[in-house]
Design a protein around this ligand. Structure first.
Ligand code: SAH
Length: 620
Protein backbone atom coordinates (compact mmCIF):
# COMPACT_ATOMS: atom_id res chain seq x y z
CA UNK A 1 0.00 0.00 0.00
CA UNK A 2 1.60 3.27 -1.09
CA UNK A 3 1.61 6.18 1.31
CA UNK A 4 0.99 9.47 -0.46
CA UNK A 5 2.73 11.43 2.30
CA UNK A 6 5.92 10.91 0.30
CA UNK A 7 4.52 12.33 -2.95
CA UNK A 8 6.35 15.62 -2.70
CA UNK A 9 9.73 13.84 -2.85
CA UNK A 10 9.01 11.66 -5.85
CA UNK A 11 10.63 10.29 -7.93
CA UNK A 12 12.84 8.56 -5.36
CA UNK A 13 15.66 6.07 -6.04
CA UNK A 14 17.20 3.58 -3.62
CA UNK A 15 20.77 2.51 -4.36
CA UNK A 16 22.76 -0.33 -2.84
CA UNK A 17 25.46 -2.86 -3.60
CA UNK A 18 23.59 -6.07 -3.08
CA UNK A 19 20.29 -7.46 -1.99
CA UNK A 20 21.23 -8.13 1.62
CA UNK A 21 20.44 -4.67 2.90
CA UNK A 22 17.87 -3.69 0.33
CA UNK A 23 15.72 -6.74 1.01
CA UNK A 24 15.12 -5.51 4.53
CA UNK A 25 13.55 -2.31 3.27
CA UNK A 26 11.20 -3.76 0.72
CA UNK A 27 8.15 -2.29 2.38
CA UNK A 28 9.84 1.09 2.72
CA UNK A 29 10.80 1.25 -0.95
CA UNK A 30 7.32 0.11 -1.93
CA UNK A 31 5.70 2.70 0.33
CA UNK A 32 7.79 5.39 -1.27
CA UNK A 33 7.12 3.98 -4.77
CA UNK A 34 10.91 4.14 -5.17
CA UNK A 35 12.97 2.59 -7.93
CA UNK A 36 15.56 0.24 -6.44
CA UNK A 37 18.86 0.21 -8.35
CA UNK A 38 21.34 -2.66 -7.94
CA UNK A 39 24.48 -3.55 -9.90
CA UNK A 40 24.20 -6.07 -12.72
CA UNK A 41 25.90 -8.75 -10.62
CA UNK A 42 22.58 -9.19 -8.78
CA UNK A 43 20.75 -10.09 -11.97
CA UNK A 44 20.79 -13.77 -11.11
CA UNK A 45 18.57 -13.18 -8.08
CA UNK A 46 16.21 -16.13 -7.70
CA UNK A 47 13.26 -13.97 -6.77
CA UNK A 48 13.71 -10.28 -7.54
CA UNK A 49 10.16 -9.52 -6.40
CA UNK A 50 11.35 -10.18 -2.85
CA UNK A 51 13.52 -7.09 -3.15
CA UNK A 52 11.13 -4.75 -4.92
CA UNK A 53 8.44 -4.66 -7.55
CA UNK A 54 10.40 -1.89 -9.14
CA UNK A 55 13.93 -3.31 -9.25
CA UNK A 56 16.36 -2.18 -11.94
CA UNK A 57 19.98 -3.02 -12.68
CA UNK A 58 22.85 -0.88 -13.90
CA UNK A 59 25.67 -2.38 -15.92
CA UNK A 60 28.40 0.19 -15.32
CA UNK A 61 30.16 1.50 -12.23
CA UNK A 62 27.96 3.14 -9.60
CA UNK A 63 29.65 6.50 -10.17
CA UNK A 64 28.89 6.34 -13.91
CA UNK A 65 25.35 5.27 -13.17
CA UNK A 66 24.89 8.16 -10.77
CA UNK A 67 25.95 10.62 -13.46
CA UNK A 68 23.12 9.27 -15.61
CA UNK A 69 20.38 9.41 -13.00
CA UNK A 70 21.47 12.41 -10.90
CA UNK A 71 19.01 14.85 -12.44
CA UNK A 72 16.19 12.35 -12.86
CA UNK A 73 15.33 11.86 -9.18
CA UNK A 74 14.32 14.31 -6.50
CA UNK A 75 15.69 12.08 -3.77
CA UNK A 76 18.43 9.44 -3.69
CA UNK A 77 18.56 7.04 -0.75
CA UNK A 78 21.81 5.08 -0.39
CA UNK A 79 22.46 1.85 1.46
CA UNK A 80 26.20 2.44 1.57
CA UNK A 81 28.81 3.85 3.95
CA UNK A 82 28.51 7.62 4.28
CA UNK A 83 32.16 8.05 3.19
CA UNK A 84 31.53 6.11 0.00
CA UNK A 85 28.46 8.22 -0.77
CA UNK A 86 30.36 11.46 -0.16
CA UNK A 87 33.02 10.41 -2.69
CA UNK A 88 30.42 9.28 -5.21
CA UNK A 89 28.31 12.42 -5.19
CA UNK A 90 31.13 14.99 -4.80
CA UNK A 91 31.71 15.48 -8.55
CA UNK A 92 27.97 15.80 -9.22
CA UNK A 93 26.97 18.44 -6.69
CA UNK A 94 26.03 21.77 -8.29
CA UNK A 95 24.02 23.92 -5.92
CA UNK A 96 21.44 23.57 -3.23
CA UNK A 97 18.65 24.86 -5.43
CA UNK A 98 18.91 22.01 -7.88
CA UNK A 99 20.71 19.06 -6.27
CA UNK A 100 18.51 16.13 -5.25
CA UNK A 101 17.99 15.24 -1.60
CA UNK A 102 20.67 12.71 -0.63
CA UNK A 103 20.07 10.32 2.25
CA UNK A 104 22.11 7.47 3.66
CA UNK A 105 20.76 4.53 5.68
CA UNK A 106 23.21 2.29 7.54
CA UNK A 107 23.21 -1.43 6.86
CA UNK A 108 21.52 -2.27 10.16
CA UNK A 109 18.77 0.26 9.49
CA UNK A 110 19.45 2.07 12.78
CA UNK A 111 20.25 5.51 11.40
CA UNK A 112 18.93 7.65 8.58
CA UNK A 113 21.34 10.44 7.67
CA UNK A 114 20.34 13.61 5.84
CA UNK A 115 23.51 14.13 3.81
CA UNK A 116 22.81 16.79 1.24
CA UNK A 117 20.11 19.30 0.18
CA UNK A 118 18.67 18.98 3.65
CA UNK A 119 16.76 22.19 3.68
CA UNK A 120 15.61 23.23 0.20
CA UNK A 121 15.86 19.76 -1.29
CA UNK A 122 13.82 18.42 1.61
CA UNK A 123 16.36 15.76 2.70
CA UNK A 124 15.92 16.73 6.37
CA UNK A 125 12.18 16.20 6.23
CA UNK A 126 12.42 13.03 4.15
CA UNK A 127 15.03 11.70 6.61
CA UNK A 128 12.61 12.24 9.49
CA UNK A 129 9.75 10.58 7.63
CA UNK A 130 11.84 7.55 6.64
CA UNK A 131 13.11 7.27 10.22
CA UNK A 132 9.51 7.16 11.48
CA UNK A 133 8.71 4.46 8.93
CA UNK A 134 11.58 2.15 9.85
CA UNK A 135 11.85 3.11 13.53
CA UNK A 136 15.37 4.45 13.10
CA UNK A 137 17.11 7.53 14.47
CA UNK A 138 17.12 10.52 12.11
CA UNK A 139 20.50 12.27 11.88
CA UNK A 140 20.00 15.88 10.85
CA UNK A 141 22.80 18.40 11.14
CA UNK A 142 21.49 21.45 9.22
CA UNK A 143 21.54 24.72 11.16
CA UNK A 144 17.94 25.61 10.44
CA UNK A 145 16.85 22.31 11.89
CA UNK A 146 18.88 22.38 15.09
CA UNK A 147 18.51 26.11 15.82
CA UNK A 148 14.84 26.15 14.80
CA UNK A 149 15.51 29.12 12.51
CA UNK A 150 12.63 30.42 10.42
CA UNK A 151 12.94 28.83 7.03
CA UNK A 152 12.88 31.96 4.85
CA UNK A 153 14.04 30.07 1.79
CA UNK A 154 11.29 27.44 1.92
CA UNK A 155 8.65 29.66 3.42
CA UNK A 156 6.44 29.84 0.33
CA UNK A 157 6.80 26.25 -0.94
CA UNK A 158 3.57 25.11 0.65
CA UNK A 159 1.63 27.94 -0.98
CA UNK A 160 3.11 27.50 -4.45
CA UNK A 161 5.11 30.75 -4.24
CA UNK A 162 8.18 31.07 -6.50
CA UNK A 163 11.52 32.18 -5.24
CA UNK A 164 12.57 35.35 -7.02
CA UNK A 165 15.90 37.09 -7.45
CA UNK A 166 17.79 38.38 -4.48
CA UNK A 167 20.66 37.75 -2.12
CA UNK A 168 19.31 34.59 -0.51
CA UNK A 169 22.65 33.64 1.04
CA UNK A 170 22.91 37.09 2.61
CA UNK A 171 19.42 36.99 4.06
CA UNK A 172 19.85 33.46 5.40
CA UNK A 173 23.13 34.51 7.03
CA UNK A 174 21.39 37.50 8.65
CA UNK A 175 18.69 35.19 9.98
CA UNK A 176 21.33 32.81 11.35
CA UNK A 177 22.87 35.80 13.17
CA UNK A 178 19.36 36.43 14.56
CA UNK A 179 19.24 39.90 12.98
CA UNK A 180 15.87 41.50 12.46
CA UNK A 181 14.34 41.14 9.04
CA UNK A 182 11.84 43.53 7.47
CA UNK A 183 8.90 41.83 5.77
CA UNK A 184 6.96 43.70 3.13
CA UNK A 185 4.07 41.61 1.97
CA UNK A 186 1.96 42.87 -0.93
CA UNK A 187 0.40 39.59 -2.00
CA UNK A 188 -0.43 36.14 -0.75
CA UNK A 189 -1.72 34.71 2.51
CA UNK A 190 -0.76 35.77 5.99
CA UNK A 191 -1.38 32.34 7.52
CA UNK A 192 2.37 31.88 7.80
CA UNK A 193 2.67 34.84 10.20
CA UNK A 194 1.34 32.80 13.08
CA UNK A 195 4.25 30.36 13.08
CA UNK A 196 6.93 33.04 13.36
CA UNK A 197 9.18 33.94 16.18
CA UNK A 198 8.03 37.54 16.38
CA UNK A 199 11.32 38.96 17.56
CA UNK A 200 12.93 38.30 14.16
CA UNK A 201 10.40 39.72 11.73
CA UNK A 202 9.48 43.33 11.39
CA UNK A 203 6.24 43.98 9.55
CA UNK A 204 6.45 47.75 9.89
CA UNK A 205 7.46 48.94 6.41
CA UNK A 206 8.85 52.21 7.72
CA UNK A 207 11.77 50.24 9.11
CA UNK A 208 13.30 49.19 5.81
CA UNK A 209 16.84 49.94 6.88
CA UNK A 210 17.65 46.28 7.31
CA UNK A 211 17.69 42.97 5.51
CA UNK A 212 14.38 42.57 3.82
CA UNK A 213 12.03 40.01 2.38
CA UNK A 214 9.48 41.12 -0.22
CA UNK A 215 6.42 39.00 -0.83
CA UNK A 216 4.85 40.45 -3.90
CA UNK A 217 3.65 40.01 -7.46
CA UNK A 218 6.08 42.75 -8.45
CA UNK A 219 9.47 42.03 -9.90
CA UNK A 220 12.01 44.16 -8.07
CA UNK A 221 15.55 44.76 -9.12
CA UNK A 222 17.35 44.13 -5.84
CA UNK A 223 20.86 44.01 -7.27
CA UNK A 224 21.83 47.55 -6.26
CA UNK A 225 20.78 47.13 -2.66
CA UNK A 226 23.64 46.93 -0.18
CA UNK A 227 21.60 45.17 2.44
CA UNK A 228 20.58 41.65 1.57
CA UNK A 229 17.06 41.49 0.14
CA UNK A 230 15.05 38.65 -1.37
CA UNK A 231 11.67 38.27 -2.99
CA UNK A 232 8.98 35.60 -3.07
CA UNK A 233 6.26 35.69 -5.71
CA UNK A 234 2.84 34.31 -4.75
CA UNK A 235 0.77 33.33 -7.79
CA UNK A 236 -1.92 35.99 -7.68
CA UNK A 237 -2.03 37.32 -11.25
CA UNK A 238 -4.81 36.20 -13.56
CA UNK A 239 -4.19 37.13 -17.16
CA UNK A 240 -7.33 37.89 -19.15
CA UNK A 241 -6.84 37.15 -22.84
CA UNK A 242 -8.92 38.04 -25.84
CA UNK A 243 -7.71 36.99 -29.26
CA UNK A 244 -8.73 36.43 -32.82
CA UNK A 245 -9.11 32.86 -34.06
CA UNK A 246 -5.82 31.10 -34.77
CA UNK A 247 -3.62 33.59 -33.00
CA UNK A 248 -0.20 31.99 -32.66
CA UNK A 249 1.02 30.96 -29.22
CA UNK A 250 4.13 33.05 -29.69
CA UNK A 251 2.11 36.25 -30.10
CA UNK A 252 0.05 35.52 -26.98
CA UNK A 253 3.25 34.78 -25.10
CA UNK A 254 4.90 37.97 -26.29
CA UNK A 255 1.84 39.98 -25.31
CA UNK A 256 1.90 38.55 -21.77
CA UNK A 257 5.65 38.89 -21.32
CA UNK A 258 5.71 42.45 -22.67
CA UNK A 259 2.82 43.51 -20.44
CA UNK A 260 4.30 41.91 -17.33
CA UNK A 261 7.71 43.45 -17.99
CA UNK A 262 6.24 46.88 -18.69
CA UNK A 263 4.36 46.81 -15.39
CA UNK A 264 7.21 45.14 -13.45
CA UNK A 265 5.18 42.04 -12.72
CA UNK A 266 6.99 38.77 -12.03
CA UNK A 267 6.27 36.03 -14.59
CA UNK A 268 6.27 33.56 -11.74
CA UNK A 269 3.44 35.44 -10.07
CA UNK A 270 1.06 34.41 -12.85
CA UNK A 271 -1.66 32.14 -11.51
CA UNK A 272 -3.49 31.37 -14.74
CA UNK A 273 -5.21 32.47 -17.91
CA UNK A 274 -8.83 33.58 -18.20
CA UNK A 275 -10.93 34.03 -21.31
CA UNK A 276 -14.37 33.60 -22.88
CA UNK A 277 -15.71 30.04 -23.17
CA UNK A 278 -15.74 30.05 -26.98
CA UNK A 279 -11.93 30.23 -26.75
CA UNK A 280 -11.58 27.11 -24.68
CA UNK A 281 -10.27 25.26 -27.73
CA UNK A 282 -8.08 28.10 -29.03
CA UNK A 283 -4.86 26.29 -29.94
CA UNK A 284 -2.47 29.16 -29.16
CA UNK A 285 -3.96 29.62 -25.67
CA UNK A 286 -3.92 25.88 -24.96
CA UNK A 287 -0.31 25.57 -26.10
CA UNK A 288 0.66 28.47 -23.89
CA UNK A 289 -1.09 27.01 -20.85
CA UNK A 290 0.60 23.71 -21.52
CA UNK A 291 4.07 25.21 -21.87
CA UNK A 292 3.74 27.47 -18.82
CA UNK A 293 1.78 24.88 -16.81
CA UNK A 294 -1.06 27.32 -16.19
CA UNK A 295 -4.73 26.59 -15.57
CA UNK A 296 -7.30 28.04 -17.97
CA UNK A 297 -10.55 29.52 -16.64
CA UNK A 298 -13.30 30.31 -19.14
CA UNK A 299 -16.52 32.26 -18.69
CA UNK A 300 -19.69 32.60 -20.74
CA UNK A 301 -20.40 35.87 -22.56
CA UNK A 302 -23.44 36.36 -20.27
CA UNK A 303 -21.22 36.21 -17.22
CA UNK A 304 -18.57 38.49 -18.73
CA UNK A 305 -21.19 40.99 -19.80
CA UNK A 306 -22.23 41.57 -16.20
CA UNK A 307 -18.80 42.88 -15.24
CA UNK A 308 -18.12 46.62 -15.22
CA UNK A 309 -14.81 47.21 -16.99
CA UNK A 310 -12.71 50.31 -17.71
CA UNK A 311 -12.34 49.68 -21.46
CA UNK A 312 -15.52 48.23 -23.00
CA UNK A 313 -15.76 47.88 -26.78
CA UNK A 314 -18.90 47.99 -28.94
CA UNK A 315 -17.15 46.08 -31.73
CA UNK A 316 -16.33 43.23 -29.35
CA UNK A 317 -19.92 43.23 -28.04
CA UNK A 318 -21.26 42.81 -31.57
CA UNK A 319 -18.88 39.95 -32.25
CA UNK A 320 -19.09 37.83 -29.08
CA UNK A 321 -21.98 39.28 -27.07
CA UNK A 322 -19.93 40.98 -24.33
CA UNK A 323 -18.22 44.36 -24.42
CA UNK A 324 -15.10 42.97 -22.78
CA UNK A 325 -13.24 39.66 -22.87
CA UNK A 326 -9.75 40.25 -21.47
CA UNK A 327 -10.65 42.67 -18.68
CA UNK A 328 -13.92 41.00 -17.73
CA UNK A 329 -12.39 37.48 -17.75
CA UNK A 330 -9.46 38.60 -15.57
CA UNK A 331 -11.90 40.16 -13.09
CA UNK A 332 -14.15 37.06 -13.12
CA UNK A 333 -11.12 34.85 -12.51
CA UNK A 334 -10.30 36.64 -9.26
CA UNK A 335 -13.99 36.79 -8.35
CA UNK A 336 -13.84 40.49 -7.48
CA UNK A 337 -14.72 43.85 -9.01
CA UNK A 338 -12.91 46.22 -11.37
CA UNK A 339 -10.63 47.43 -8.54
CA UNK A 340 -8.75 44.17 -8.82
CA UNK A 341 -7.63 45.06 -12.34
CA UNK A 342 -4.00 46.13 -12.11
CA UNK A 343 -3.39 46.32 -15.86
CA UNK A 344 -6.25 47.40 -18.12
CA UNK A 345 -6.63 46.21 -21.70
CA UNK A 346 -3.45 46.19 -23.79
CA UNK A 347 -3.72 45.43 -27.53
CA UNK A 348 -1.03 43.60 -29.47
CA UNK A 349 -0.74 43.02 -33.18
CA UNK A 350 2.44 41.85 -34.80
CA UNK A 351 2.91 42.29 -38.52
CA UNK A 352 3.74 38.95 -40.08
CA UNK A 353 2.06 36.90 -37.33
CA UNK A 354 -1.49 35.73 -37.49
CA UNK A 355 -4.18 37.17 -35.20
CA UNK A 356 -4.25 39.85 -32.54
CA UNK A 357 -4.26 39.69 -28.72
CA UNK A 358 -5.66 41.76 -25.89
CA UNK A 359 -4.27 41.31 -22.38
CA UNK A 360 -5.55 42.56 -19.02
CA UNK A 361 -4.33 41.53 -15.56
CA UNK A 362 -6.23 41.24 -12.29
CA UNK A 363 -4.79 40.46 -8.87
CA UNK A 364 -6.40 37.88 -6.60
CA UNK A 365 -6.50 38.12 -2.82
CA UNK A 366 -5.73 34.47 -2.46
CA UNK A 367 -2.82 32.89 -4.28
CA UNK A 368 -3.26 29.91 -6.57
CA UNK A 369 -1.30 27.01 -5.07
CA UNK A 370 -1.28 24.84 -8.16
CA UNK A 371 -1.52 21.50 -6.35
CA UNK A 372 -4.43 19.22 -5.53
CA UNK A 373 -4.98 19.54 -1.80
CA UNK A 374 -4.95 16.55 0.49
CA UNK A 375 -6.89 15.84 3.62
CA UNK A 376 -5.35 13.32 5.99
CA UNK A 377 -7.79 12.07 8.63
CA UNK A 378 -5.42 10.84 11.28
CA UNK A 379 -5.96 8.82 14.44
CA UNK A 380 -3.22 9.57 16.97
CA UNK A 381 -3.99 6.74 19.38
CA UNK A 382 -4.77 7.15 23.06
CA UNK A 383 -2.11 9.69 23.86
CA UNK A 384 1.43 8.42 23.98
CA UNK A 385 3.68 8.77 20.95
CA UNK A 386 4.59 5.06 21.13
CA UNK A 387 0.98 4.20 20.43
CA UNK A 388 0.70 6.12 17.16
CA UNK A 389 1.36 4.34 13.87
CA UNK A 390 4.41 5.37 11.86
CA UNK A 391 2.16 6.15 8.88
CA UNK A 392 0.21 8.59 11.06
CA UNK A 393 3.43 10.20 12.29
CA UNK A 394 4.64 10.61 8.73
CA UNK A 395 1.33 12.16 7.67
CA UNK A 396 1.34 14.64 10.57
CA UNK A 397 4.95 15.70 10.03
CA UNK A 398 4.56 16.00 6.28
CA UNK A 399 1.33 18.02 6.25
CA UNK A 400 1.38 21.78 5.63
CA UNK A 401 -1.32 22.31 8.26
CA UNK A 402 -2.28 20.31 11.34
CA UNK A 403 -5.75 20.89 12.77
CA UNK A 404 -7.20 19.45 15.94
CA UNK A 405 -8.52 19.86 19.44
CA UNK A 406 -5.93 21.70 21.53
CA UNK A 407 -5.41 18.88 24.06
CA UNK A 408 -4.56 16.36 21.30
CA UNK A 409 -2.22 18.79 19.53
CA UNK A 410 -0.27 19.15 22.79
CA UNK A 411 0.22 15.38 22.86
CA UNK A 412 1.87 15.29 19.42
CA UNK A 413 3.82 18.56 19.52
CA UNK A 414 7.16 16.87 19.02
CA UNK A 415 6.09 15.79 15.53
CA UNK A 416 5.60 19.35 14.26
CA UNK A 417 7.97 21.22 11.96
CA UNK A 418 8.73 24.93 12.47
CA UNK A 419 7.19 25.83 9.08
CA UNK A 420 3.91 24.06 9.74
CA UNK A 421 0.65 25.87 10.41
CA UNK A 422 -0.94 24.51 13.57
CA UNK A 423 -4.59 25.39 14.17
CA UNK A 424 -6.10 24.36 17.46
CA UNK A 425 -9.81 24.48 18.19
CA UNK A 426 -11.81 24.11 21.40
CA UNK A 427 -13.41 20.72 22.01
CA UNK A 428 -16.92 21.74 21.00
CA UNK A 429 -16.16 23.21 17.60
CA UNK A 430 -16.09 20.01 15.58
CA UNK A 431 -18.03 21.41 12.62
CA UNK A 432 -15.85 24.50 12.39
CA UNK A 433 -12.75 22.30 12.61
CA UNK A 434 -14.00 20.11 9.76
CA UNK A 435 -15.02 23.06 7.59
CA UNK A 436 -11.66 24.73 8.10
CA UNK A 437 -9.74 21.58 7.18
CA UNK A 438 -11.81 21.22 4.01
CA UNK A 439 -11.38 24.89 3.09
CA UNK A 440 -7.59 24.68 3.34
CA UNK A 441 -7.39 21.37 1.48
CA UNK A 442 -9.66 22.66 -1.30
CA UNK A 443 -7.27 25.56 -1.69
CA UNK A 444 -4.39 23.12 -2.31
CA UNK A 445 -2.73 22.54 1.05
CA UNK A 446 -2.04 19.19 2.68
CA UNK A 447 -4.04 19.20 5.89
CA UNK A 448 -3.80 16.66 8.71
CA UNK A 449 -6.94 16.59 10.83
CA UNK A 450 -6.18 14.70 14.02
CA UNK A 451 -8.50 12.80 16.33
CA UNK A 452 -7.58 10.89 19.46
CA UNK A 453 -7.74 7.12 19.23
CA UNK A 454 -9.08 6.14 15.84
CA UNK A 455 -10.36 9.00 13.72
CA UNK A 456 -13.23 6.88 12.42
CA UNK A 457 -14.51 5.83 15.87
CA UNK A 458 -16.46 8.74 17.39
CA UNK A 459 -13.75 10.85 15.70
CA UNK A 460 -13.51 13.49 12.99
CA UNK A 461 -13.29 11.21 9.94
CA UNK A 462 -17.01 10.62 9.62
CA UNK A 463 -17.91 14.26 10.10
CA UNK A 464 -15.39 15.48 7.53
CA UNK A 465 -16.55 12.91 4.97
CA UNK A 466 -20.17 13.89 5.62
CA UNK A 467 -19.28 17.56 5.17
CA UNK A 468 -17.52 16.76 1.91
CA UNK A 469 -20.52 14.76 0.75
CA UNK A 470 -22.71 17.76 1.54
CA UNK A 471 -20.55 19.81 -0.80
CA UNK A 472 -20.94 17.34 -3.64
CA UNK A 473 -17.30 16.33 -3.39
CA UNK A 474 -16.05 14.47 -6.49
CA UNK A 475 -14.08 11.98 -4.37
CA UNK A 476 -10.75 13.27 -5.70
CA UNK A 477 -10.31 16.97 -4.93
CA UNK A 478 -9.19 17.20 -2.23
CA UNK A 479 -7.67 13.77 -2.02
CA UNK A 480 -8.63 12.09 1.23
CA UNK A 481 -6.64 9.48 3.14
CA UNK A 482 -7.65 7.94 6.46
CA UNK A 483 -4.92 6.86 8.90
CA UNK A 484 -6.19 4.44 11.57
CA UNK A 485 -5.21 4.78 15.20
CA UNK A 486 -5.48 2.64 18.32
CA UNK A 487 -8.93 3.33 19.71
CA UNK A 488 -9.65 3.79 23.43
CA UNK A 489 -11.28 0.35 23.58
CA UNK A 490 -8.14 -1.40 22.35
CA UNK A 491 -5.86 0.71 24.49
CA UNK A 492 -8.00 0.21 27.61
CA UNK A 493 -8.33 -3.53 26.96
CA UNK A 494 -4.58 -3.94 26.56
CA UNK A 495 -3.96 -2.43 30.00
CA UNK A 496 -6.30 -4.84 31.80
CA UNK A 497 -5.64 -8.06 29.89
CA UNK A 498 -7.83 -9.54 27.17
CA UNK A 499 -11.43 -8.56 27.83
CA UNK A 500 -12.34 -8.19 24.15
CA UNK A 501 -11.48 -11.77 23.21
CA UNK A 502 -15.06 -12.50 22.24
CA UNK A 503 -17.80 -10.62 20.44
CA UNK A 504 -17.95 -7.07 21.69
CA UNK A 505 -19.47 -3.71 20.93
CA UNK A 506 -18.93 -0.04 21.67
CA UNK A 507 -21.69 2.28 22.85
CA UNK A 508 -21.28 5.98 23.49
CA UNK A 509 -23.37 7.23 26.39
CA UNK A 510 -23.36 10.78 25.07
CA UNK A 511 -26.87 11.86 24.12
CA UNK A 512 -25.65 15.16 22.72
CA UNK A 513 -25.96 13.94 19.14
CA UNK A 514 -27.86 10.66 19.62
CA UNK A 515 -31.36 10.47 21.21
CA UNK A 516 -31.30 8.77 24.62
CA UNK A 517 -34.00 6.26 23.54
CA UNK A 518 -31.67 4.97 20.82
CA UNK A 519 -28.84 4.59 23.31
CA UNK A 520 -31.11 2.69 25.74
CA UNK A 521 -32.22 0.37 22.93
CA UNK A 522 -28.62 -0.44 22.07
CA UNK A 523 -27.64 -0.95 25.73
CA UNK A 524 -30.58 -3.36 26.18
CA UNK A 525 -29.67 -5.27 23.03
CA UNK A 526 -25.98 -5.53 23.91
CA UNK A 527 -26.70 -6.59 27.47
CA UNK A 528 -29.24 -9.18 26.38
CA UNK A 529 -27.02 -10.60 23.63
CA UNK A 530 -24.10 -11.00 26.04
CA UNK A 531 -21.71 -8.74 24.15
CA UNK A 532 -18.67 -7.52 26.04
CA UNK A 533 -19.54 -3.82 26.02
CA UNK A 534 -17.25 -0.82 25.95
CA UNK A 535 -18.79 2.46 27.04
CA UNK A 536 -17.35 5.64 25.53
CA UNK A 537 -18.17 9.11 26.90
CA UNK A 538 -19.50 7.43 30.06
CA UNK A 539 -20.05 10.47 32.26
CA UNK A 540 -19.47 14.21 32.02
CA UNK A 541 -20.02 16.96 34.56
CA UNK A 542 -23.50 17.57 33.15
CA UNK A 543 -24.40 14.06 32.06
CA UNK A 544 -24.30 12.05 35.27
CA UNK A 545 -27.42 9.86 35.02
CA UNK A 546 -26.64 7.85 31.91
CA UNK A 547 -24.00 5.60 33.47
CA UNK A 548 -26.40 4.78 36.34
CA UNK A 549 -29.09 3.77 33.88
CA UNK A 550 -26.61 1.76 31.84
CA UNK A 551 -25.56 -0.18 34.95
CA UNK A 552 -29.21 -0.94 35.75
CA UNK A 553 -29.82 -2.32 32.27
CA UNK A 554 -26.78 -4.60 32.46
CA UNK A 555 -27.72 -5.81 35.98
CA UNK A 556 -31.01 -7.05 34.49
CA UNK A 557 -29.13 -9.40 32.17
CA UNK A 558 -25.79 -10.13 33.85
CA UNK A 559 -24.53 -11.31 37.19
CA UNK A 560 -23.69 -8.56 39.71
CA UNK A 561 -20.13 -9.93 39.94
CA UNK A 562 -19.45 -9.55 36.20
CA UNK A 563 -15.97 -8.00 35.90
CA UNK A 564 -15.85 -4.34 34.87
CA UNK A 565 -12.76 -2.28 34.04
CA UNK A 566 -12.63 1.49 34.30
CA UNK A 567 -9.61 2.80 32.45
CA UNK A 568 -8.91 6.49 32.67
CA UNK A 569 -6.41 8.45 30.52
CA UNK A 570 -4.92 5.26 29.21
CA UNK A 571 -1.30 5.57 27.97
CA UNK A 572 -1.15 9.11 29.33
CA UNK A 573 0.76 10.27 32.39
CA UNK A 574 -2.34 10.41 34.56
CA UNK A 575 -3.42 6.83 33.68
CA UNK A 576 -5.68 5.11 36.26
CA UNK A 577 -6.87 1.54 36.04
CA UNK A 578 -9.65 0.09 38.18
CA UNK A 579 -10.95 -3.46 38.00
CA UNK A 580 -14.25 -3.85 39.76
CA UNK A 581 -17.65 -5.50 39.29
CA UNK A 582 -20.92 -4.53 37.68
CA UNK A 583 -22.48 -4.02 41.10
CA UNK A 584 -19.67 -1.83 42.46
CA UNK A 585 -18.66 0.07 39.35
CA UNK A 586 -20.36 3.31 40.41
CA UNK A 587 -18.30 3.47 43.62
CA UNK A 588 -15.35 4.52 41.46
CA UNK A 589 -14.56 7.74 39.64
CA UNK A 590 -15.79 7.69 36.06
CA UNK A 591 -15.49 10.71 33.79
CA UNK A 592 -15.07 11.80 30.17
CA UNK A 593 -11.46 10.62 30.15
CA UNK A 594 -12.55 7.09 31.07
CA UNK A 595 -13.55 4.06 29.07
CA UNK A 596 -15.61 1.40 30.81
CA UNK A 597 -15.44 -2.24 29.76
CA UNK A 598 -18.22 -4.54 30.99
CA UNK A 599 -17.38 -8.22 30.62
CA UNK A 600 -19.73 -10.91 29.24
CA UNK A 601 -21.13 -13.82 31.22
CA UNK A 602 -17.83 -15.74 30.87
CA UNK A 603 -15.42 -12.91 31.63
CA UNK A 604 -13.30 -13.57 34.72
CA UNK A 605 -10.51 -11.97 36.71
CA UNK A 606 -7.17 -13.45 37.61
CA UNK A 607 -4.75 -11.46 39.74
CA UNK A 608 -5.08 -7.96 38.26
CA UNK A 609 -6.12 -9.19 34.85
CA UNK A 610 -9.45 -9.39 33.08
CA UNK A 611 -9.96 -12.29 30.70
CA UNK A 612 -12.81 -13.15 28.38
CA UNK A 613 -12.38 -16.79 27.32
CA UNK A 614 -12.41 -17.39 23.60
CA UNK A 615 -13.25 -21.05 24.17
CA UNK A 616 -9.95 -22.74 23.21
CA UNK A 617 -9.58 -24.59 26.50
CA UNK A 618 -13.07 -26.06 26.33
CA UNK A 619 -12.48 -27.23 22.80
CA UNK A 620 -11.61 -30.93 22.60
N1 SAH B 1 -11.80 8.55 18.61
C1 SAH B 1 -11.64 8.16 19.98
C2 SAH B 1 -12.90 8.29 20.79
C3 SAH B 1 -13.34 9.71 21.00
S1 SAH B 1 -14.79 9.82 22.01
C4 SAH B 1 -11.09 6.74 20.03
O1 SAH B 1 -11.13 6.03 19.02
O2 SAH B 1 -10.61 6.36 21.09
C5 SAH B 1 -14.10 10.28 23.53
C6 SAH B 1 -14.16 9.15 24.52
O3 SAH B 1 -13.15 8.18 24.20
C7 SAH B 1 -13.85 9.57 25.93
O4 SAH B 1 -14.98 10.09 26.60
C8 SAH B 1 -13.41 8.26 26.54
O5 SAH B 1 -14.52 7.44 26.82
C9 SAH B 1 -12.66 7.60 25.39
N2 SAH B 1 -11.20 7.89 25.45
C10 SAH B 1 -10.48 8.60 24.56
N3 SAH B 1 -9.19 8.62 24.92
C11 SAH B 1 -9.08 7.92 26.06
C12 SAH B 1 -7.99 7.58 26.93
N4 SAH B 1 -6.74 7.98 26.66
N5 SAH B 1 -8.27 6.83 28.02
C13 SAH B 1 -9.51 6.40 28.27
N6 SAH B 1 -10.55 6.68 27.49
C14 SAH B 1 -10.36 7.43 26.41
Amino acid sequence: MKNSSFDRFKPIAFLGKNTQEIKTIKSLSQNLAATVWLPNSNKTLPNPKLVSDNLKYYDCSLSEHLTKIWEKYRALVFYLATGAVVRLIAPLLKDKNSDPAVIVIDAAGKFVVSLCSGHQGGADLLTKLIAYEIHAIPVITGASSSLQLPAIDILGHAYGWSKGEGNWTGVMAAVARKERLAVIQEAGNSLWHQQLEDNIFDFDSSNIGQSCIWISERQRNLKQSELPQVQWHPRVLWIGIGCERNTAKILIEQAIVTTCDQYHLAHNAIAGIATIDIKRDEVGILELCDAWKLPLKTFTSEKLQQVTVPTPSEIVRKEVGTASVAEAAAICAVAKDADSLIVSKQVFKEPGQSGGVTVAIAKADKEYIGRTGKLYLVGIGPGSLDQITSAAKVAITEADVVIGYSLYLDLIQSLFRPEQIIESFPITQEKQRGARAIELAEWGLTVAMVSSGDCGIYGMAGLVLEQLKGKNWDGKTPKVEVFPGISALQAAASRVGAPLMHDFCAISLSDLLTPWEVIIKRLEAAAMADFVTTLYNPRSQKRTEQIIKAQKIFLKHRDKDTPVAIVRSVYRQEEQITITTLEKMLDHAIDMLSTVIIGNSNTCNHQDWMITPRGYLDHK
